[in-house]
Design a protein around this ligand. Structure first.
Ligand SMILES: [Zn+2]
Length: 80
């Protein structure tokens, strides 16, 4: 459970379970490895490689390192 201030100023939190901030994103390779080696019981699924949060105000996407909790990538919605 954590809080994070987005660059737009919005305070994001994953304290509510479930929430719409924290995303469960697996690469196709990660998912393929999971479904080949694990049962499909949803409670037994491992966490994805990265912790990914989406700001519901500006839609920035933050990718966190699981171990350090540091932001390793930030994606901003492209204006067209
Ligand atoms: Zn934001």
């Amino acid at each position: 459970m954590a809080r994070f201030t987005c660059k737009c100023g919005e305070i994001l939190s994953n304290t509510l379970v479930p929430n719409n901030v924290q995303l469960r994103v697996y690469s196709d390779e990660e998912w393929d490895n999971i479904i080949q080696t694990e049962s499909i019981d949803p409670l037994s699924l491992p966490f994805p490689k990265n912790d990914i949060w989406r700001c519901y105000k500006c839609e920035r996407i933050y990718v966190f390192d699981w171990e350090s909790g540091a932001v390793i990538k930030t994606y901003v919605l492209d204006e067209q």
